[in-house]
Design a protein around this ligand. Structure first.
Ligand code: 5GP
Ligand code: MN
Length: 339
């Protein structure tokens, strides 16, 4: 995003606008945090701003300031589409292509509103008038801080905005441990705490509100963990029956894939989760070091994301998906044993 772009955006935002803010489908902490942070910021500037998510998100995100104002496109389709059609500006946050919004793809593609993308995923599509795309960023939330900073407005960051931004940086960095966490990230976190983000409370709300069943499901996932030492790979499966047994709720499997990576000498971890309703296997991939799960997912599993964290899907059965995964792995043995 150039200085010229920022100047134009400032001019645009000088007058009251109808603004819609959209994250990706199955929104995570960064998606909800960044959209709500921007929402609070725009509301302060008296815009008519609405956050609109493609579908529901986990309960452990439902305490975030502004949560009650979020519209859900899948259950409030008409209200959402009316707002999109009358929007002057649409901010698209934490995704890089309209298909990442699921059923919102058509209405977004057809919309004549000016689009502003703020995102840190690789290989962004070229739909936005103004694009703030930076794959080196820890999170879209960190980019929202920079965006407000570029607008010369950090003095307007209040405890609500600070809390929202904190959530997304915390969740997308694995609580400040992934390599994308820089000294700048920590400097921003320090400023957010000064502005009223309560770090202990935020961690508690997101990580220490598990249900008993969620922990039992984690136990099941860990007992399904398999290791392929020659590929330095670990993977977990969860069938629909297993999810049902533990009364699965959205978000219950979030973060489970990371346990594979906590094994000594493992650099590639995967989780395969059966979704009978959608008729797919949802895949999450994580890596350490140079092995790009973004590329792996793009080539084999219809997905993408970042070098060390990506998602994908398979339309095969759970068993056949695993067989496919295991058959592909040997061709990556060299890359996986490189570090
Ligand atoms: P998760 O495994 O948590 O679903 O996703 C990991 C990361 O990859 C997240 O940043 C998510 O937004 C991104 N991601 C997940 N699925 C896809 C996909 O199909 N395409 C792209 N480009 N990114 C994805
Ligand atoms: Mn993100």
């Amino acid at each position: 995003m150039t200085k010229e772009d920022i100047k134009h955006i400032k001019q645009l935002l000088a007058k009251q606008k109808n603004i819609v803010i959209v994250p990706h489908k199955n929104p995570d902490g960064d998606a909800i945090g960044s959209t709500l942070a921007l929402y609070h910021y725009l509301i302060k500037h008296k815009h008519n701003a609405t956050v609109m998510v493609p579908n529901d998100y986990p309960t452990f995100l439902k305490w975030i300031p502004g949560n009650d104002h979020i519209l859900k496109h899948d259950s409030q389709t008409e209200a959402c589409e009316t707002l999109i059609k009358s929007a002057d500006i649409i901010f698209t946050l934490d995704f890089n292509a309209f298909h990442r919004t699921g059923n919102m793809e058509t209405v977004l593609t057809e919309s004549k509103a000016l689009k502003i993308m703020i995102d840190h995923h690789q290989a962004p599509d070229n739909y936005a008038t103004y694009m703030f795309s930076d794959v080196s960023m820890s999170s879209t939330c960190e980019m929202i801080y920079h965006f407000i900073d570029m607008l010369g407005d950090t003095s307007r960051i209040d405890s609500n905005i600070a809390t929202c931004i904190y959530v997304g940086i915390m969740t997308d960095t694995g609580s400040f441990r992934f390599p994308s966490t820089t000294s700048k990230t920590h400097q921003i976190i320090a400023k957010l705490i000064e502005k009223g983000a309560n770090n202990a409370e935020i961690h508690n709300n997101v990580y220490d509100t598990n249900s008993y069943e969620r922990l039992q499901l984690l136990g099941c996932a860990l007992s399904n963990l398999k290791v392929i030492p020659e590929s330095r790979t670990a993977y977990i499966t969860l069938s629909q029956d297993e999810l049902n047994m533990f009364n699965y709720k959205k978000g219950d499997t979030e973060g489970v894939v990371n346990y594979g990576l906590s094994l000594e000498n493992i650099v590639f971890a995967a989780i395969f989760i059966e979704d009978k309703q959608e008729g797919i296997i949802k895949i999450s991939l994580r890596s350490k070091g140079n092995f790009s799960v973004n590329e792996f997912s793009r080539v084999h599993f219809n997905g993408g994301g970042h070098t060390n964290a990506a998602g994908g899907r398979s339309e095969l059965s759970l068993k056949n998906t695993i067989e496919k995964f295991i058959s592909i792995l040997p061709s990556y043995n060299k890359a996986l044993n490189d570090d």
